[in-house]
Structure formats: C-alpha cells, structure tokens
Write a protein that binds this ligand. Structure first.
Ligand code: ACO
Length: 209
C-alpha cells in the first residue's frame, strides 16, 4: 500500500462544472476510446509518439491492458493514474508519474481534457487537485511538468496553478513524430503558502464543492 493511492479528489467547481478525480478503471474503455479517437487533432500535437496509427492505439480493446499496467504501477507506488470527471462523467485524464521516493521525493504530472469540455477551467482545477494530493497524502517534495513552448493553453494552466518555468529542454521528447523542445516547470512544497486549490479559490478561478 502506498500513501495517497487509491483516492478520490475534489470536487472543485469551475465555469465548466464540477471537477473530481478518481483512479482509472476497466469500465472507462468506451469513454476513453471514444474521446481519444474523436479528439485526435486536439491531442496528437502535444502527446508522446506511440506505436502504430492513432485509431488502432485507441481502440476500445486496448484499454484493459493499458489500464491494468497503469494500475500495477500504481500499486507499486510509482504512478497515480486518474480520470478527470466533469459533473460525474469521464472528460480526460491526469497522471502523476515517475514517483521517486528517498531523498528526491519527486514526480511529474500530465493531463488532457476533451476538446468539448475545454476552456472552462477543468484542467486548471484537476491540476490543483492533483498537486495538492501529491504534496499532501503522497508526500512529494517536488512536482514537475514539461510542455511544448507553443502549447499556450497548457502553459496558461501551469501558470494558473503556480508552476515556475525552469528552462528549455532541447529536443527533449518524441512528440507527434519529432524530437520536440519542452519547457520544464517545477514546484516544491515550500512554495505553497496553503494549497493550490485554496489559491485558485482566492483568485476567483474555482469554488469549493
Ligand atoms: N492561447 C493562449 N491561451 C489559451 C489558448 C491559446 N490558443 N487556448 C486556451 N487558452 C487558455 C484559456 O484561455 C485558459 O486560460 P484562462 O482561464 O486564463 O482563460 C487556459 O488556456 C485553459 O485553462 P483550462 O480551461 O483550465 O484548460 P482546459 O480544461 O481547456 O484544458 C488542456 C487545457 C489540458 C491543455 C487541453 O486543451 C488539452 O487537453 N489539450 C491537448 C493535450 C495537452 O496539451 N495536454 C497537456 C500536455 S502538457 C502537460 O501535460 C504538462
């Protein structure tokens, strides 16, 4: 058993609706496949290159294997693979990965939100919930993220929750078929005067409940 897993987080209310996080599960297959295939153009420019065509990779039949391997990593304390729900339905994913303990106590965080649910604060709220969980129950000291310089929506989300830009990682990650530069952002627990969610609420970007 690892601290902070499994967990249900939220709700936080934003203009789009009520945002909660919960562990991924096998019956997410249909929603995952439908949104991922429908939103290929929205997602593919920003996501790690995978093996084979997009539709084949996101076929409903691939979810059980993917879900099981992510949940196995979660049980080993290396990852927290969560679904973002908007008003109780699947609208995206938030993952805390490469959880390293010992003297580092660090991880990365990443997310996606379906195109139709975008623009209403969902990713910002989900990231706040994920960060507070990572720095709280999971016991992390540092959380980092990487984002393509031209992903302005994601950079806005990272800025809203208080990430610091730390530098440019040249040719860092194979995304959409090429080695792409990424901006590295980071946050350590000392930078939080209270919680990230509290900061969002005080900034008028979200409400409790
Ligand atoms: N230029 C500048 N700002 C933009 C643009 C744009 N083209 N598009 C949106 N924004 C701003 C919005 O105005 C908003 O800021 P505001 O609240 O100050 O108005 C912000 O970006 C978006 O905030 P949210 O509404 O909280 O985010 P949303 O729920 O729309 O999700 C996300 C954003 C996650 C980037 C979504 O569009 C997505 O899934 N994109 C594809 C996959 C992706 O890029 N994932 C992130 C990879 S990087 C990482 O994981 C660390």
């Amino acid at each position: 058993v690892h601290p902070g897993w499994p967990a249900r987080l939220g709700p936080l209310t934003v203009p789009a609706g009520r945002v909660t996080l919960r562990p991924i599960r096998l019956r997410d297959a249909a929603a995952w496949s439908r949104l991922r295939i429908r939103d290929e153009d929205h997602l593919r420019p920003w996501e790690p290159t995978g093996e084979g065509p997009w539709d084949a990779r996101h076929h409903i039949g691939n979810w059980p294997g993917l879900c099981s391997s992510l949940r196995a990593e979660a049980r080993r304390g290396r990852m927290l693979p969560m679904v973002i729900e908007l008003d109780g339905r699947f609208c995206g994913q938030l993952t805390i990965g490469n959880v390293v303990r010992g003297a580092l106590r660090s991880a990365w965080i990443g997310y996606w939100v379906s195109k139709e649910d975008g623009g209403g604060g969902v990713a910002t709220a989900a990231l706040a919930l994920g960060l507070d969980h990572g720095f709280g129950p999971v016991g992390l000291h540092r959380i980092e993220a990487t984002v393509r310089p031209d992903n302005l929506a994601s950079r806005a989300v990272l800025r809203h929750v208080g990430f610091r830009e730390e530098g440019l990682l040249e040719r860092y990650l194979d995304v959409d078929g090429e080695w792409r530069d990424h901006v590295l952002v980071g946050m350590t627990v000392e930078e939080l005067e209270s919680t990230v969610a509290d900061r969002l609420v005080r900034a008028g970007r979200a409400a409790w409940g």
